[in-house]
Design a protein around this ligand. Structure first.
Ligand code: ATR
Length: 294
């Protein structure tokens, strides 16, 4: 109750951050960050900001003018935001997307960052899923999330096959990542070749939108393709918590992990960038779980 009262109290000292996207109504980030601010006793608030693509530049100028401390950037702005930044971190260059902006209070300069990649790697580590040189990984999908995940995997020396409904997009992701890791072993393939590529893989990561609520009865993994033995399945989807892909994997005796941890760790990294304080990870996770309903 104390924390709820704290969220309601806004005064002249309140520092603002938020999320720019379209849509943003479904985002868990406001609850996650406001719970963290309340727990830490920080007079900060996080608000959703619905911004159409043609208003992105104006919106970013606006939040600087309004003395925001930073924002998260989500669909569909993660790529378009890059040239609008005053500087970007290496993670933005290698993942090809900005998901967090820090605004310098005195100069108003915007620094673009990417905490999706670090969020993914942090959650793998939290689940004791170790990446190693030459380890074979299947990434399903070739969108923005696939780039962030792929960048994290390529950095660790994993051999990655990107499987996508539109194989040309998977080839583009490989080409893009090769710009940062020219010696990395990466291939692109259509779903029709999944079975051959999956054999011997030790990690499967779903970055497609398949299985996201309300389409919880869908899975990107075709029923007739056997899962590789002893692989771990990581689904970046977190709504529902337990996706059909995870259920398929568990039925085949594999360990399956959902995407909530990645969401929490990317948020935690953004929280730390803005406030320069250690994020209360479990408070952030509990806020998301409460919103998701379990
Ligand atoms: P994000 O930034 O979250 O990765 P995105 O860029 O829109 O989102 O990418 C969505 C991914 O989900 C793509 O790989 C897309 O496949 P296509 O490149 O062929 O469009 C994949 N995807 C979405 N719906 C799908 C479906 N019904 N079946 C298979 N793949 C699907």
């Amino acid at each position: 109750m104390d924390s709820l009262r704290n969220i309601g109290h806004i005064d002249g000292q309140t520092q603002l951050v938020g999320i720019i996207g379209s849509p943003v109504a479904h985002s868990l980030s406001p609850e996650m960050h406001n719970a963290a601010f309340a727990y830490m006793g920080l007079n900060w608030r996080y608000i959703p900001l619905l911004v159409r693509p043609d208003q992105l530049a104006a919106a970013l100028k606006g939040i600087v003018a309004l003395n925001f401390r930073g924002v998260n950037i989500t669909i569909p702005h993660k790529v378009a935001a890059i040239p609008l930044m005053d500087s970007v971190t290496e993670a933005v260059t290698v993942a090809g997307a900005v998901n967090t902006v820090r605004i310098d209070g005195s100069s108003g300069r915007m620094e673009g960052m990417n905490t999706d990649m670090t969020g993914f790697l942090a959650d793998l580590a939290a689940h004791k899923i170790h990446l190693s040189e030459g380890m074979r990984v299947i990434v399903l999908g070739a969108g923005g999330a696939a780039r962030a995940v792929g960048a994290g995997l390529a950095r660790s020396g994993a051999q990655i096959t990107f499987i996508n409904r539109t194989p040309e997009k998977a080839a583009q992701v490989v080409e893009f990542l090769k710009a940062s890791w020219s010696s990395a072993v990466m291939t692109a393939a259509p779903f029709s070749e999944l079975a051959a590529h999956a054999e011997g893989a030790s990690l499967i990561v779903n970055t497609t939108a398949v299985g996201i609520w309300p389409n919880a009865d869908e899975s990107p993994w075709p029923e007739h393709v056997p899962f590789p033995k002893n692989a771990v399945v990581y689904d970046t989807v977190y709504r529902p918590r337990h996706t059909l892909l995870m259920k398929q994997a568990e039925k085949a005796g594999l360990m399956a992990v959902g995407g909530l941890g990645m969401l929490v760790y990317q948020g935690a990294a953004a929280f730390e960038m803005w406030t320069r304080q250690k994020p209360p990870i479990e408070v952030m996770r509990a806020a998301c779980e409460q919103r998701l309903g379990d």
